[in-house]
Design a protein around this ligand. Structure first.
Ligand code: ZN
Length: 88
C-alpha cells in the first residue's frame, strides 16, 4: 500500500526511508483494498522522494487515513472515491 510511518514534527525535512535522499511535500492518491470493495483517497498530503518517488505520510495523516478507511468499511460500497481535504 506504500504507507510508511515516520514520526517527525511538521516542517522538518523528510528523508526517504528507502534510499535516504530528500523528500519534498507533495500530494498523492492511494487505492486501498478493503476486502469487500476498493477505497480511493485523492489528494493526500505526503512527502515524496525526489530520487525514487517513495511516498511517506506523517503520523497525523496516517491517523486520518485510518479514520477514512474505517468509515468506508461501514458503508460497504464496492468503490469509494474520497477527496482527502473534504473528509477532514
Ligand atoms: Zn528514495
Amino acid at each position: 500500500m506504500g504507507i510508511e510511518f515516520e514520526n517527525k514534527k511538521e516542517g522538518v525535512t523528510m528523508k526517504c526511508m528507502r534510499c535516504g535522499n530528500n523528500a519534498y511535500q507533495s500530494r498523492t492518491t492511494e487505492a486501498i483494498e478493503l476486502g469487500n470493495g476498493v477505497l480511493v483517497i485523492r489528494n493526500i498530503p505526503c512527502y515524496k522522494c525526489e530520487h525514487c518517488d517513495e511516498v511517506m505520510f506523517t503520523g497525523d495523516i496516517i491517523q486520518q487515513i485510518e479514520r477514512i478507511i474505517a468509515e468506508a468499511k461501514q458503508r460497504m460500497e464496492q468503490v469509494s472515491i474520497i477527496e482527502f481535504e473534504k473528509s477532514a
